[in-house]
Design a protein around this ligand. Structure first.
Ligand code: ADP
Ligand code: ADP
Length: 228
């Protein structure tokens, strides 16, 4: 059951100083329920690739399809978690308020929204932090809030762009385990981007390795991820 396909994607940035080929030729297929890591060094085009998949940037060539529909604008059935967690949370809303925000326009009852928020906060281990404000929490806990918001939203695919690059090693290990559990226990489809090969091999069932030098290389690895 195919969820996401990226076919012969190419992106060239044009500017007054010349053109930069950010993505040469990338093809990726992701099935529903998979956890796929994309790994590669800084500058190999990871952020550009994600912006194209998220419908924020038009590719120079190639096609992206999510759930059978061509992506030409930000798809409603996708959630994003970025490295800069602090910037994605509203400081004037509590943790609950932040997690609930994207559910507001769905025509859900108050009880149904509460249920989804409670479930998401429990999933990330923040069931007691609902009344706190983001700025009262550590960076790692703020990132948990961002993840809870994505869980409550119930997207077809969760996209994470270097989400743990700014937290300390122990917090990062805890958050990696959280992502693993969301995938194994809830069957979430997750596309996880990192420059850290160890992180990609630890997390991914499939790892797509991108490299730009000397020429464009894409290599797909299959990791045997045995549930614990
Ligand atoms: P990564 O996320 O892997 O670090 P990026 O997608 O950010 O890679 O960048 C890939 C290449 O494209 C780099 O050479 C970068 O300098 C260039 N690039 C990224 N964004 C732009 C832009 N808006 N204009 C011009 N060049 C860009
Ligand atoms: P990353 O976190 O992937 O390394 P950067 O910090 O390099 O990303 O880039 C931050 C922002 O600047 C991105 O929106 C990217 O598209 C843009 N950018 C990166 N390189 C260039 C460039 N050479 N020219 C213009 N914009 C760029």
């Amino acid at each position: 059951d195919t969820l996401l396909t990226v076919t012969n994607l190419k992106k060239v940035y044009e500017s007054s100083t010349g053109s930069v080929e950010a993505i040469g030729d990338i093809s990726i297929t992701m099935r529903r329920g998979e956890l796929v890591c994309i790994v590669g060094p800084s500058g190999c085009g990871k952020t550009t690739l994600l912006k194209c998949i998220a419908g924020l940037l038009s590719p120079t060539a190639g096609v992206i399809e999510l759930d059978g529909a061509r992506v030409t604008a930000p798809p409603p059935n996708m959630a994003l978690v970025f490295q800069e967690y602090g910037r994605s949370l509203y400081p004037w809303l509590t943790v609950r308020g932040n997690v609930e925000l994207p559910l507001r326009h769905r025509g859900l009852s108050r009880a149904e929204r509460d249920r989804l928020v409670d479930d998401a906060l429990t999933a990330v281990g923040l069931e007691h932090a609902g009344k706190s404000y983001p700025w009262q929490l550590s960076g790692g806990m703020q990132q948990r809030v961002a993840i809870a918001r994505a869980v409550a939203y119930q997207p077809e695919v969760l996209i994470m762009d270097e989400p743990f690059a700014a937290v300390d090693a122990q917090t990062r290990a805890d958050l990696e385990d959280l992502v693993r559990r969301l995938h194994l226990e809830r069957g979430m489809s997750i596309l996880f981007v990192t420059h850290d090969i160890d992180e990609s091999v630890y997390l991914g069932e499939r790892v797509v390795v991108l490299s730009k030098s000397p020429t464009w290389v894409q290599e797909d690895l299959v990791i045997d991820l045995a549930p614990e």
